[in-house]
Design a protein around this ligand. Structure first.
Ligand SMILES: [Zn+2]
Length: 323
């Protein structure tokens, strides 16, 4: 086996990956369009070509792939992935092995789980044993590392922290439940809050013009800029984000007594606008001692968190024995 593995992070737009050694050094990095919206066959073609390209000249046997969705990581199956068409119960690992070679070791993991492992291995949580990570993007992803191991649950589906209920009668979430963390602390949530606010014709806000016909991924930045210039409505939105995060973190700290909570993802760029509220809310609700111990930190690795986490899992997966 080469001492390098491939770590891959598949997103709705991009497919990113790198050759990574056992020390976590990145040797070669590549990025292509994932075209996940065109269906699983296109995505598999892109993934196979990507792996062939990035491993040129190296004999790589271990590959880690982070993918958004509910993943049965033990069996290498995509159970459900709302952003990819026709993909329910899709045997990703066996399809890839058929395409690329039966001797490859391929580990598949939920993208937010991979990101948590990445931050734990090489990022903000480098020196801690137990942590959780919340990734605030279009939705809210979560990952749990306990005593140096990713907690994957009975079927590899654990860590869906974005779907903890925060408000029982709250806004409807994409998952079908009401009042999930994701409905209050993601780009989707911020878009909803803006939309609901604008229904009040008397509300005087710059967002009425600046958020019109804008892509969902750009909305948090626009609301962040408005809030930074002191706009009241936008400041209120970030406060609501901060409270929901604080409620979630209090429960997680009471439950797990972790050393650190890492917050990442594009929406976390507005850190200064919500973190004080989050901190206060979490400390108000959680038990004093575990909350005082739990640090709340920003992710350090940005886009590399998922790549490095997938690489770590490719280096250390216990499932190699299974097939
Ligand atoms: Zn939900």
């Amino acid at each position: 086996m080469s001492d390098k593995v491939i770590g891959i992070d598949i997103g709705g737009t991009n497919l990113r990956g790198a050759l990574v050694d056992s020390e976590g050094n990145i040797h070669k990095r590549m990025k292509i369009l994932s075209q996940a919206d065109q269906g699983i066959d296109k995505l598999i073609d892109n993934l196979a070509n990507f792996i062939a390209d990035i491993s040129k000249g190296e004999k790589v046997t271990n590959i880690g792939v982070g993918i958004p969705g509910i993943i049965d990581s033990k069996n290498g199956i995509i159970t459900q992935a709302p952003n990819i068409m026709n993909v329910d119960n899709y045997p990703l690992r066996s399809v890839l092995k058929e395409k690329l070679g039966p001797d490859l070791n391929i580990v598949i993991e939920n993208d937010a789980n991979s990101a948590a492992v990445g931050e734990w291995w090489m990022g903000a949580s480098k020196d801690v044993n137990s942590m959780i990570m919340l990734t605030m993007g279009t939705g809210v992803g979560g990952g749990i590392v306990l005593d140096g191991n990713l907690w994957t649950g009975a079927d590899g589906m654990a860590g869906e922290l974005g779907h903890m209920t925060i408000y029982p009668d709250g806004a409807r979430c994409n998952c079908g439940n009401y009042g999930c963390l994701e409905s209050y602390a993601s780009a989707t949530a911020i878009r909803r809050m803006v939309k609901e606010g604008l229904q009040d014709g008397n509300l005087n806000t710059v967002l009425r013009e600046t958020t019109e016909n804008v892509h969902i991924e750009d909305i948090p930045r626009i609301v962040m800029e408005a809030a930074s210039s002191g706009e009241e409505f936008s400041l209120k939105i970030w406060k609501e984000v901060g409270v929901a995060l604080g409620i979630a973190i209090a429960s997680l700290v009471n439950l797990l007594n972790i050393e650190m909570v890492v917050i990442g993802g594009g929406v976390s760029n507005a850190w200064d606008l919500f973190i004080d509220t989050t901190y206060k809310e979490a400390h108000k609700r959680a038990f004093r001692a575990p909350m005082e111990r739990a640090k709340i930190e920003r992710g350090l690795l940005r886009d590399d968190a998922g790549i490095l986490g997938s690489a770590y899992l490719a280096l250390h997966s216990s499932s190699w024995k299974g097939f």
